[in-house]
Design a protein around this ligand. Structure first.
Ligand code: ADP
Ligand code: AMP
Length: 214
């Protein structure tokens, strides 16, 4: 099963993608996590990506598309995957579509986690991320068992640089301009499924499972 998560930054794509990955035993692939791991490790890619990410801009396709195609070509993706944060533009979606078509394959579902802009700044200012394993928490809604420490791997949790309110406004504007058109793109392909992302995390997940199991 190949699934794409759509939605504004902070809508809960990563949270739901990880739950889907655990339930269906497929990898959760987040281009944002891949970039953050590169930044943490001080790679050339990380240095270049950080310039864009810190401003709330998209990393250029030259640095993003091949990275994603290489990742989904890995052996662990042969039974499917859930993509979180890719595609983010129509050209990225076109490349993914044509690469899959060459293999006689396709995306099965594009799950749109719908959350209004008013909720997003609160979601993102309360987000705490583990840069080691990619797990995500919220200080009010989804707190870790021990404050500041990842439940899964014991590493320190951080407020992402790009979750500061001034950057969040840019990220939302970029989302509306460049990523939101993908909703219509996948609707035309008849694979769009929209869920109400303002519900509690378990309720959102159960709505998604009902769609995937239908
Ligand atoms: P995205 O991957 O779309 O950027 P995340 O999954 O990181 O979003 O979620 C953004 C923030 O909102 C995180 O702090 C996360 O813990 C929290 N969150 C996710 N889903 C919900 C939910 N259904 N209700 C409340 N908070 C949520
Ligand atoms: P995310 O973790 O998905 O919120 O992504 C964090 C940041 O990484 C984004 O604001 C972009 O700067 C960058 N990024 C992640 N995925 C992509 C992508 N598919 N295309 C371009 N930039 C991306």
């Amino acid at each position: 099963m190949k699934i794409i998560m759509l939605g504004a930054p902070g809508a809960g794509k990563g949270t739901q993608a990880q739950m889907i990955a655990d339930k269906y035993n497929i990898p959760h692939i987040s281009t944002g996590d891949i970039f953050r791991a590169n930044i943490k490790n001080g790679t050339e890619l990380g240095k270049k990506a950080k310039e864009y990410m810190d401003k709330g801009l998209l990393v250029p396709d030259e640095l993003t598309v091949q990275l994603l195609l290489d990742r989904v070509a890995n052996e662990d993706c042969k039974n499917g995957y859930v993509l979180d944060g890719f595609p983010r533009t129509i050209p990225q979606a076109d490349v993914l579509d044509s690469e899959l078509t060459k293999l006689g394959d396709k995306v099965d579902y594009a799950v749109n986690v719908d959350v209004p802009d008013e909720n997003i700044v609160h979601r993102m200012s309360g987000r705490r991320a583990c840069l080691k394993c990619g797990a995500t928490y919220h200080i009010e809604h989804i707190p870790p068992k021990t404050e500041g420490i990842c439940d899964k791997c014991g590493s320190e949790l951080v407020l992402r640089d790009d979750d500061k309110p001034e950057t969040v406004q840019n990220r939302l504007a970029v989302y509306h301009e460049q990523t939101q058109p993908l909703i219509e793109y996948y609707d035309k392909k008849n694979i769009l499924k929209t869920v109400d992302g303002t519900k509690d995390m378990q309720e959102v997940f159960s709505d998604i499972v009902n769609i995937l199991n239908a």
